[in-house]
Design a protein around this ligand. Structure first.
Ligand code: KG4
Ligand code: ZN
Length: 345
């Protein structure tokens, strides 16, 4: 057991894996004293997706003030912190490196234990912040702009990957489909907004059901072809359908196909794992159609879908996972950025 993990110990967590600069302070690895997220959405919106170089440079600017804001709740500031956790992957390598360099320098200067955390483990553990009664083992769907995976958190803290996407992440597919429909970025909320007024049966898109995997690139291509097949008269100068109802119908159809694939895949993973508890996290978990479908499919089981602020990227979730890892494995001597990290334990 690490000295830093005395009861009431304070941990500073840092998250910079993609397009949110985030810092949080937790007591005992579960009580969130502060959680600050500086979003880069406006920076990337004109590009229709996250631009890695812009993201890394923005982290350099935003990280110090974000950490300072998170530390404002600690009377002694840095002197009151007992350990530092930072996301080590998966993510954009330049972005991860900014957070790791900052965390490692701060920890070394103050002789604090440092722990590198899987971003995916963070998402999984965010469910425990939302519902402290949630116990492992449970099966988690992590669906975001960068990831789509079903994982099993075992009782001993090990994390097993049960299914992963073969190509695009679910959120990425929402973003690409939204671009084809002229709906802007981020695409998930934009699709959801117009899908409400749409009829999914007017422009049906193919449903994918794979065993032990997800695939979203075919669905995105199907949207592209459906738009093209409307003919040049129906499209504006950007190649976007002019008719708002057609856009709504395609958005509704896309959303239904994407949600069905996620819920079917999760159901298969739950059956295979034998887990009796289900968790849905990541930015796509903000989708109401997905939430409703999950609640319906797993009625009778404990289902945890955290509130929005915990579903999207934040540092509080890195703090929970980091505390758990520190407790089980002790601090890391070196933390290196691992953009394709697969071992999430
Ligand atoms: O977890 P997140 O904030 O960041 C990472 O990608 O790690 O997820 C962002 C993704 C974006 O692709 C966004 O379009 C998607 O989550 N998203 C949604 C919704 N809100 C955000 N997708 C579907 N429906 C939503 N309401
Ligand atoms: Zn994420």
């Amino acid at each position: 057991m690490t000295a830093a993990l005395h009861t009431g110990g304070l941990l500073l967590a840092i998250e910079t894996s993609c397009d949110e600069t985030a810092a949080a302070v937790l007591r005992d690895g579960q009580e969130v004293l502060s959680s600050v997220v500086a979003s880069q959405v406006a920076l990337h919106a004109p590009h229709g997706g996250v631009v890695p170089d812009l993201a890394a440079r923005s982290h350099v600017r935003a990280l110090e003030p974000t950490v300072r804001q998170a530390l404002a709740v600690v009377p002694d500031g840095w002197d009151g912190i007992d350990a530092v956790a930072v996301t080590r992957g998966p993510g954009l390598v330049g972005c991860l490196a900014v957070g790791i360099a900052f965390a490692a320098t701060a920890a070394r200067a103050r002789d604090l234990p440092l722990v590198g955390v899987s971003h995916i483990a963070g998402h999984i553990h965010s469910a425990r912040l939302a519902d402290p009664t949630l116990e492992a083992p449970f099966c988690a769907l992590v669906a975001s702009g960068g990831h789509t995976e079903c994982l099993l958190l075992e009782a001993d803290g090990e994390i097993e990957v049960l299914a992963a996407t073969r190509d695009d992440a679910a959120g990425e597919a929402f973003d690409k489909a939204a671009r084809l429909l002229g709906l802007g970025y981020p695409g998930g909320p934009a699709i959801e907004r117009v899908a409400d007024a749409g009829d999914p049966s007017r422009q049906p898109l193919p449903r994918t059901r794979l065993d032990g995997a997800f695939s979203f690139s075919g669905l995105k291509t199907a949207v592209r072809y459906a738009v093209r097949d409307l003919g040049p008269q129906a499209l504006d100068e950007h190649g976007v359908p002019r008719d708002a109802q057609t856009v709504s119908d395609l958005a509704a159809s896309f959303q239904e196909a994407a949600v069905m694939q996620l819920v079917d895949g999760l159901e298969a993973a739950v059956e295979r794992s034998g887990a009796a508890r289900v968790v849905v996290v990541g930015g796509v978990a903000a989708n109401q159609a997905l939430r409703k479908a999950v609640m319906g499919r797993f009625a009778g089981m404990q289902v945890v879908v955290p509130p929005l602020a915990l579903c999207t990227d934040n540092a509080a979730m890195i703090g929970v996972a980091g505390w758990e890892r520190l407790r089980r494995r002790g601090p890391d001597t070196v933390v290196t950025a691992d953009p394709g990290l697969r071992d999430h334990t």
